[in-house]
Design a binder for this molecule. Structure first.
Ligand code: SF4
Length: 277
């Protein structure tokens, strides 16, 4: 186990790295890291990584690095039918450790060379380091922006790059002609669900020719454990949780987002059918 600053890193070896994805439009998922240094308080990663309890319970401060990912990926690709690979689906592929190790970059390069489509989702402006690969390959990029309010982001996404850096990255990606989407999620009741907040994010999407994928807060057990430990916002957490699964609330939220997107002529897609009104 190594530590840099307040983060503990450990290397693990894995038997397979390309897993079947249940997410819409993705055939496979690939996650170079288990755990995420960004430490967002609402992250559902802990529930997806629950077999690694030391990571799930110390979300944001413990990261496992798949040391043999590249060699195992080459092996997996010998048998995999071509399709779209989502990077990442459980943790951020461009969290700070990627800047030092470049595992995500190498994996993308291999996938593109084998004729796979790659779909990236990140909350980091480090993603622009790989614009050279993106410009040549069959690739789309999603940047998660839950708010453009810096103060709010620093509470709910404490160690992720600030929203203005992600907005800057969005402009760069768009200027390079790469398919770009903004992930507006999770939308947390009483926190980032006001029209102003949603409007600002959709406006940004319009200005970078991106489409919007949005999602509500989907509460899961370990996520809730972390939320209760880390909650410092004014909003009452129990009410936040109640609203997140209230049918009327979710329906109205979906209508609000659709109207705002229509106003800005931005295509918007709910992440899950449960959000369709
Ligand atoms: S960046 Fe994504 S994976 Fe990382 S902590 Fe935040 S929500 Fe979770």
């Amino acid at each position: 186990m190594n530590s840099i600053g307040s983060i503990m890193y450990n290397y693990i070896r894995v038997k397979s790295v390309l897993s079947k994805s249940k997410l819409p439009d993705l055939d496979y998922a690939l996650n170079p890291y288990i755990g995420c240094e960004h430490g967002c308080i609402y992250c559902y990663g802990p529930d997806m990584c629950r077999r690694y309890l030391e990571v799930a319970l110390n979300w944001g401060s413990t990261v496992l690095i798949k040391s043999n990912l590249i060699s195992v990926l080459r092996k997996d690709l010998k048998h995999a039918k071509r399709g779209t690979v989502g990077i990442s689906t459980a943790t951020d592929p461009y969290q700070p450790v990627e800047g030092r190790l470049g595992i995500t970059r190498e994996a993308i390069n291999i996938l593109l060379n084998h004729g796979f489509k790659v779909s990236i989702q990140s909350k980091s402006n480090t993603v622009t380091r790989d614009l050279d690969l993106m410009s040549e390959g069959n690739i789309d990029v999603g940047l998660t922006i839950t708010t453009l309010n810096d103060a709010l982001a620093s509470i709910i996404e404490p160690k992720a790059p600030r929203p203005y850096l992600r907005a800057k990255a969005a402009y760069e990606i768009s200027a390079n002609g790469i398919e770009l989407w903004i992930f507006l999620g999770p939308i947390i009741p009483l926190v980032n669900d006001d029209e102003n907040n949603i409007n600002e994010v959709v406006e940004l999407a319009a200005s970078v020719n991106a489409y919007v994928i949005y999602d509500k807060l989907n509460v899961k057990p370990l996520m809730l454990y972390n939320l209760r430990r880390k909650w410092t916002l004014k909003a009452d957490l129990d009410e936040v949780i109640r609203l997140s699964s209230d049918r009327n609330y979710v329906r109205n939220l979906s209508i609000t987002i659709s109207n705002i997107c229509r106003k800005h002529r931005v295509k918007c897609v709910p992440a899950f059918r449960s959000l369709v009104t």
